[in-house]
Design a protein around this ligand. Sequence first.
Ligand code: ADP
Ligand code: MG
Length: 304
Amino acid sequence: MKTFDLLIPGEINPDLILSGDVEPQFGQAEKLVESATLTIGSSSVIAACGAARLGLKVAFIGVCGKDFFGRFIIEEMQNRGIDTSAVIVDPHRPTGLTVILNKGHDRAMLTYPGTIPALRAEDIPDDLLRQARHLHVASYFLQHGLRPGLPRLFERARALGLTISLDTNWDPTGTWEGVLDLLPLVNVFLPNEAEAKAITKAENVEEAASRLHTRVETVAIKLGKEGALGISHGQKVRVPSIPVNVVDAVGAGDAFDAGFLYGYLNGWPFKKSLRLAAVCGALSTRAAGGTAAQPTLIEALSFL
Ligand SMILES: Nc1ncnc2c1ncn2[C@@H]1O[C@H](COP(=O)(O)OP(=O)(O)O)[C@@H](O)[C@H]1O
Ligand SMILES: [Mg+2]
């Protein structure tokens, strides 16, 4: 028996969300916003929270500073029942922060990395891997410390019997280096439409999905309000999302990942897992930030 369904090695940082119909202006202009919320940031932590909310047993490993932002995220994870005993507190580096300027359906982000790139694959011991059924990696392109050691980490995890999922999120450098080579080591790949097209250089998402499926057994592509498209072991399916009053889409993709992994780890049929993922993504947009509106399993099931 494994202690954890899911182990997530990832970055730790809060989001400061400033919402309003305002654009910042230099020249020392002060403008007022409608709300300011300090909340859980980072794709990896938001996915961990989504999975815990659905009822999966989750452990998190990452690096944060010995400061308020680090303590804030650790406490928020613990409040949701996530095991944080493997989190590394570095007294010499501050925790990162993302400031999100949220304006209706659009947003601008400013990120101070801090400890975001600090975790290395070597920091994740076999003893921890052994306790989990599944390993999920997000924010591939922000985790500079983790990236070079990922092939070896994935090989270690596979040898210990874990299945593996990857959500790269966007590549700020636009090169998408390393992703295609990593896919044969992964069981489930979870990009959004823009990422899938950029990685495969395909003109449309169907073609992108087919190309990705030649390298990975299960691909689930997020299509925003259109839902999702996936191919698993040759079976191609499309699922719709549900209509929602979007407050902000921060973390919708991470809630989607959590939903998909819930189905995957419980042996659900592919289409049902994909639909749960789409519903979890949609419901998460009902409140500001990534975690406030993540559904419980009972709530999500009522939309299936
Ligand atoms: N405006 C929306 N209306 C309904 N569902 C949405 C909306 N935005 C996102 N979703 C749901 O959340 C999922 C993930 O969102 P998406 O924006 O595609 O991912 P990412 O955050 O990775 O870019 C989608 O597949 C969809 O099910
Ligand atoms: Mg995403």
